[in-house]
Every structure is written in C-alpha cells, then in structure tokens.
Ligand binder design. Sequence first.
Ligand code: 13P
Length: 257
Amino acid sequence: MNRKYRKTIIAGNWKMNMLASEIKPFMEQLKENLPKVRACDVVLCTPAVLIPALGRAGKDCMVAAGGEDVSCFDKGAYTGEISAAQLADVGAKYCIVGHSERRQYHGEDDMLVNAKAKALLAKGICPIICVGESLEQREMDLTMEYVAFQVKAALSGIDAAQLRRCVIAYEPIWAIGTGKTATAEQAQEVCEGIRAVIRKIYGARPARAVSILYGGSMNAKNAEELLACPDIDGGLIGGASLKPVDFSVIVKATDQD
Ligand code: 13P
C-alpha cells in the first residue's frame, strides 16, 4: 500500500451467494467488528438484487455497495441484463468487470470488458477491472505479457481523468477459490508490472494514483503480508467476504503504520 498517493480499498465479492434475509444479520455482525476509524474504503460487491438492501444497511457503517457485472449497453431490449444507470440508481458506487468467472463461463473478452468499464464510468460508477493469468500461462512464463495485454485492452480509450476512477484487480485464476494464494512476492511483482504498464500509457502521476488490488484466496491470515507490499493497494475478496469477522480482520490489516 501507499496511502500517500492512492486509496486503499478492501472489496468483497459475494459472487452468487447470500439472500436478502441474510443481509441484516451479516451487516450487524460486520458493524460490530469493523473499526470505526479505517485506513481503507470498504466495499461489498453483491448480486444486483441485493444492492438496495446492502446500500441501506451499509450507510451507517460506511460500507459502499457495488455490482458484480454490468451490461455494456445503455438500455433497451437486452433481456436479463442490468445497465450502469440501473446500478447507479440503486446506489452502486463500484462494479466488478472482467472477473475470470465471467470470462470463463460467459465468454467475455477484453473488448467487452473495456465497453463495460466505459459504460460504468459514464454513469459515475468506479469499475473494478479484473485481470489475471491461468496456471498454464504462469507455468509458461507468460504471466506479465498476458496481464499487460488485458490491462491495455481494458483501458483502451479511457482518458487520464477517467483512469482516476478505475480500480485494477489482479486475480491469478489459479488462486481463486482454491486456497492457493499467490505469494506476496508473486502478487507484488505483477501489481508492480501493472503499474508500469499504466505508467507507459498515462505517465508517472496517474500511474502512481491508481489503486491496484490483489484477489485470490486472500484471507484473515495472509492479508497483512500481501497488503504490506508497496504496489498492492487492497484486496478483492471472495470466500472470506462472506464471513463478517474474517472480512473485518482483512480491513484491519490495512492499518499498518
Ligand atoms: P476467493 O477469495 O474466494 O479466492 O475469490 C477471489 C475472487 O474471485 C474475488 O473476486
């Protein structure tokens, strides 16, 4: 982390978990455990149907609500899709785009991820742009090349002013939901590489100001070490974000000085 230049963000990704009836007890427990004074912003990205309830419950404990996906279209005949305007309307401040599960199960490519990021920016929502390599790519030593390509494609046509509202999440696919976390060295190396890619496109200042999160089996035990890395500005947390106590421990791990 480097709080002098950029925001630290701890964001949960609930994926397709939780019911509306579970939000109240979850938020009560979270509120009890979260520190009142925090070194980071706290976000919970949830299924769109849960955002209004989460937004209401999160208000008095300063937890922002976010979406997990968005349509790249503005409005119209796109059955089942949810637009950025609709997310903004129910109070979403952030939204994940390009999660590897969307890329893998829904065939999303870099162009679509770019279009979704732009759709969110147009409605004032911060995109959390996910990138990350497969195990095969890592073993073939293609990690940085692949991740650099994803970052460039996702940011194509996004100007420096818009970049200020973008968050990048480095999530190695092999670390997601597997309990296999990237080592702090591995995660730092790629996050540093991502910042270098952004520096090349936008220059030193904008690159210094972008928050880059790590995601992939981040938990209450390993968060502190990962967050101590200079280019890791927070976490995108799946499993552990479903447990209020563990999630709070990760939030507390951002308070390192
Ligand atoms: P886990 O923390 O469960 O590995 O999930 C990470 C993730 O996919 C967050 O977007």
